[in-house]
Each structure stands twice: as C-alpha cells, then as structure tokens.
Design a protein around this ligand. Sequence first.
Ligand code: EPZ
Length: 418
Amino acid sequence: MGKYIIRGGRRISGTITVDGAKNAVLPILAAIPLCDGKFVVRNCPDISDTHITIEILKSLCYEINFDKKTLTAVRTKDSTGCVPDTLVDKMRSSIIFMGSLLASGGFVEIGYPGGCELGKRPIDIHLAAFRKMGAKITEREKTVICEAKKLKGCDITLDFPSVGATENIMLAAVRAEGTTTIKNAAREPEIRDLAEFLNKMGANVSGAGESEIKICGVKKLCGAEHTVLSDRIVAGTFLAAAAMTGGEITLQNVIPSDLNPICASLAQSGCIIKGDANSVTLHAPERLSAIDIITEPHPGFPTDMQAQMCAMLSVADGFSVIDERIFSARNKHIPELIKMGADIKMWGNGTVSTIRGVDSLHGAEVSARDLRGGAALIMAAIAAKGESIVKNSEYVERGYSKIEEMFRSLGADIDYQQ
Ligand code: EPZ
C-alpha cells in the first residue's frame, strides 16, 4: 500500500499531455477475443487496470506485448471463456469481457462482481440484454455463466443508460444473427471510441454517442489498429487542480468537446477556459465561486469528476451543493476532506452534500477509499497549507499513470513512497 507525501500551498501551472482513457481502453481490449488476427492498440494508459486487463487476455490465451503505451495482441490458442475470479476480484469492470466471450465462444463464466467502494454494482441490465439475445444465464453464488449457440439481434431498451451494459451489448451484437438496436444507450465518448474500434474490425455499428445505437451482425471480423481517445476524467482532474490552486494550465492531446460538461462547471466557478483542436487552457480566478453540481449520464456532469469538484469547491467562495445521482456511495472522500479542514455536510442517504467554502485547507494524514476520491485528496493536499500524507495509492494507480510525476511537473511538491 503506497502513499503520497505532499507539502502543500503550491500552484499547479504548466503544460501536460493527457494519456488515453482508462474507460475506453478496457472495452476496446475486451473486444479482442471477438476474432483471430493481430491487434495494435496505441495510447494505452500505463495504469494498473490496463495491466489487469492484459492478465485477463493472457488467461484467454493471448500473447501480449505492451511497450511505451502501445499494446499488441495475438491469440495463441482457443480460450476456455473463463475469466479467473482473482482478476475479477481485482477489477469489477472485467465483466466487460462477457459480451465478446459469449459472442465468440458461446460460453462465458465470470466471477459475479460484488459491490465496490462506490456502492452496489449490479449487472442486471447486462444479463437481461443477453437473455433477450438468446443466452442462457445461470447465476451461481460466486459466478455467472452465460451460454448461447448463436446470439440473435433484437431491440433492447435499457432501463438506465448504463455505460458497461451498452458496451457489453455492442460487443455481443457485432457477430449476432440480425440487427440489434440499443435504445436509451449510454452516450459517453468512450462508447464512440469502442464503436470506432469495432468498425475497424469489420463490424457495422452506427449511432454510437447518441441514445440509439444500431449494430448489424456480421459473419467475419478481423484484427485492427487503433489509437485510444484521450482521458477526459484525467484531463478534468488536472484542470480542477489548477483551478483550486490559482494556477494556469494547458492540456495537450485532449478532445475539447468531450470536456464540455466539466469545463462548463469550471467556467461557472470563475475559470477562463480556451480550447483549440486538441488542447485546452484554463486560467484560475483569484478566488473560485461556489457552484452546484448534479452528476448525470453524458452529456451531463460526469460522476467520475464529482470527488475532484468536491475538493475544489471546499475552498471556493460561498455555499455549493453536490447531488451524486449515479452511485449510491461515492462519498468516501468527504470525511477525509473534513480532516483537512473542509466544511462539508452529507444529507439523506449520503448522496447529497453541501460545502461551505473555507479560505484554505490544512495538511493531514488521509486515506484514499476509491480511485477518484484518492485523486481528489491529492488535489486538496497540494492546495492545503502544510504537509499531508495520502495513503492507499493503489486506488489512484488504477486510473492515473504516475500522478505524482505529472503533478510535480506542474509545480507540486509531492513524493511517492511504497
Ligand atoms: C462506467 O462504469 C465507468 N467504468 C465508471 O468509471 C463510471 O463512473 C460509470 O461508467 C458511469 O459513467 C468503466 O467504464 C470501466 P454504469 P459502469 O453501468 O459501466 C447502475 C471510474 O472512476 N447499474 O453506467 O459500471 C449502477 O449501479 C469508474 O473510472 C445497474 O443498476 O457504470 C450505477 O448506479 C467508476 N444495473 C449506474 O447504473 C446494471 O446492470 C451507472 O452504472 C448496470 C449498472
């Protein structure tokens, strides 16, 4: 369990290049078992979730080479369709392999992902869709088994625009008999990137990024090359860190339109933001203004930026309200921020929090309890007066590659200790 030692009171300013998106690379790598052939995936972030996904592909008999953010994959022999429980336990989003394994081998057995730090994480929407496509689902205590000789295309309306369920259905449908239409589909940019990769493999996916996605099943798919889109949440994290410390930052290799919901809130809080084709620059105001945040499916404000905004607004001028509407327990960063002097109260079942901005935070020893909450605590420690220790770095390492080096290059006084 590593930790970050941070001496705060520093401005975050300068220029960084943002890596590929964790939440795009996972479903893209999960598409590889759909067919034989050679795959080259560029701009893969060097984070622990990528490495766990590589372990899953190796357990499915792939030879993987991962060097300088470029991953190549070739299948060595037929796989069993079983994803090791140990790997599912490490990364619940391994369930994203269900669609492609069901489509390619007609069988998948995977550890039933339990809840996580963010609350209950059911997969009922995924399973209902697979059943509708003709799969037989057996839910055991610890694993779920899906079997289907041949999946059939059909119309599927999601009860909730679940990102993972939308992706799993796309992965299952590309080789199904007939056409599948997903209604009330998730519209996150990572869905668009997955569709682009699948179409490079010879699939026929249209409408990705909108609420209705059409997938016409094809008989043959092939290996493909792809460059993963930029991580909008990593980008947003660094923008919010600069905003919180009165800095000025330029992010390169971003897709400004994917950052619109985040930049709209940062601008509302007083930041000046300018963008061109693939970069964004933020100038922080003297003092941020309090704003309200409601997390919603894209193009609403992303839940993955909620903790970072909570940290940022803890030093804004005024009274902010955050309403987390996606996850039932995405609030474990709040008690830790309070240890640093933040004035935050949680209401009801803990999904609504009110923040009274303070002039400054002070250093403290705090613990990350989840990926984005950990990033929020690092931001707060950099802004705070005095020294902080942020423990449980492995949560942060799931989604940020060498975050301490990135922040150090922007002026932070931060060390990482195993
Ligand atoms: C993806 O998770 C992301 N993970 C999450 O990012 C992100 O927070 C989330 O989408 C929402 O944007 C990856 O892409 C790997 P959902 P996912 O299915 O697919 C409920 C991060 O920090 N639900 O859209 O699991 C669910 O409980 C991570 O990078 C069901 O009820 O999210 C939740 O309340 C965290 N039944 C809501 O929908 C289902 O079958 C949104 O979940 C599926 C989901």
